[in-house]
Write a protein that binds this ligand. Sequence first.
Ligand code: PEP
Length: 249
Amino acid sequence: MRKKLIAANWKMYKTPEQSREFFRDFLPLVEGHERDEIVVCTPFIDLATSVEAARGSNVAVGAQNMHWEKEGAFTGEVSAAMLTAIGVAHVIIGHSERRQYFNETDDTVNLKLKAALEAGFVPIVCVGEVLEEREANLTDDVLRRQCLRAFHKVSAKKAASLVVAYEPVWAIGTGKTATPEIASDAHAIIRGEVTQSFGEEFANNLRILYGGSVKPDNAHALMTAEGIDGALVGGASLDPKAFAAIVNY
Ligand code: PEP
């Protein structure tokens, strides 16, 4: 039985003070919630405050990105060791907004995944097709390619903590949600590709999250659909009540 993971992605929202307020309001709403794992991925600037605010609770704090090098002349970047030092162990890798606006590619996703696994993180690797690809019946190809390249030269042993998020780009921040059937089909494609890369046992244990306009009113249908092992939630995760309602779907 795969324990579901429900992760918030705050994107570029909230100051440290606002993060503190979020945890003050959110933690009581999910206190004692053991059914699912809960992670809140904040902007870098909010991580230390959020780790402090969530200490001793059932909520972990994660990053939205990291660099693959250990250290060096990479202005504006943050390393795995820096995240570890402040108590962060989850990291989103290859979010479509990073791919779309910051030139991240399948190859940089692969480098980041290897670095995150090496550092003992739980990487949440995002894959998903854009609308034109779905309309051209290319969803299968895109998902297989993104997985194959992300997992290049990664062993099943090293990848034990891997989490994949299926995020159809046309559903992110648009209010358009994939139906549970569309999401389940995509998850099956991803699980099939993971079976090729890492074997059946690994694929059976892998958590594949759905992301794309998850809201309190669609969370139950999505979270109980075949092969969906949790959610990556953007917009609705900014509000403590809405995110708690999703966690408590
Ligand atoms: C996301 O940022 O990963 C996401 C799925 O956003 P939203 O829930 O706002 O669509």
